[in-house]
Design a protein around this ligand. Structure first.
Ligand code: URA
Ligand code: SF4
Length: 237
């Protein structure tokens, strides 16, 4: 049996809709009141996604286009956790459909992990960005704060409970810290199967695929990323 990492309270005023529960989004920093009643495992992915669309658990919903919830096979044995949606993901409403997603897709294929076995999500479900200086149109990615990762955590826990994956792959430092704690360091802990604290699953940490795009030695960086995914693939048998 899986245990949730944090207890999810199940009692909320029945008259309140998912998105309209009374809270101050700016100060409360917690998605919990927006969750459907998943405490008994009754909701499905569609219900979770609809509830997440109305989340105001932290301030990030205000400037982003939409919630980008996880996507993939409900029976998937591997869950990939990224940081947060990027510019294209924010527009399309789907995770990993931009440049980092193309790296991930290529590595999945080469590691022999089938799409039907995969669910992809992010530690934070809204795109955080700042506008280019001088009033330009470009939206520049900003890393989420620890408080925003914490606020969004109930969605990730709910996805974990529903998907019940065998292996979780943490893509980059934000996901690694979210899953393995604040002392997590990619360089030290990548590419090994580790027990996932509080869950009956294993975790493999690796770099974020966008690091491949930024690297001077892209091929070398990609090769390391692929090696790490192969470790995850080996756990699937
Ligand atoms: N980077 C992420 O971490 N997640 C996405 O969905 C896209 C880019
Ligand atoms: Fe809710 Fe997460 Fe979006 Fe914050 S980032 S509003 S907690 S879905």
């Amino acid at each position: 049996m899986l245990r949730p990492r944090v207890a999810v309270p199940s009692e909320y005023p029945p008259e309140a809709g998912y998105g309209q529960r009374k809270m101050n989004a700016r100060t409360s920093h917690d998605a919990t009141p927006f969750l459907p009643d998943t405490a008994e495992g009754r909701s499905d992915l569609g219900e979770l996604r609809r509830a997440a669309a109305g989340c105001q658990g932290c301030g990030l919903y205000e400037n982003a286009t939409q919630t980008v919830f996880g996507e993939g096979s409900p029976g998937g044995r591997v869950m990939f956790v990224g940081e947060q949606p990027g510019d294209q993901e924010d527009r399309k409403g789907l995770p990993f459909v931009g440049p980092a997603g193309r790296i991930l897709d290529r590595a999945l294929a080469e590691a022999g992990i089938e799409r039907g076995d995969v669910y992809v999500t992010n530690a934070v479900k809204h795109f955080k960005f700042k506008r280019q200086e001088g009033g330009g149109k470009r939206r520049i990615h900003e890393p989420p704060s620890a408080a925003e990762v914490r606020a969004c955590r109930p969605w990730l826990d709910a996805e974990m409970r529903l998907l019940d994956p065998d292996v979780v792959v943490a893509l980059g430092a934000t996901a690694g810290k979210a899953l393995l704690g604040p002392s997590f360091r990619v360089t030290k802990e990548r590419g090994r199967l580790l027990p996932l604290p509080d869950w009956e699953a294993q975790v493999v940490a690796t770099i974020h695929p966008s690091a491949v795009l930024r690297a001077e030695d892209r091929e070398g960086m990609y090769a390391g990323f692929l090696d790490d995914l192969k470790v995850a693939a080996s756990a699937l048998g």
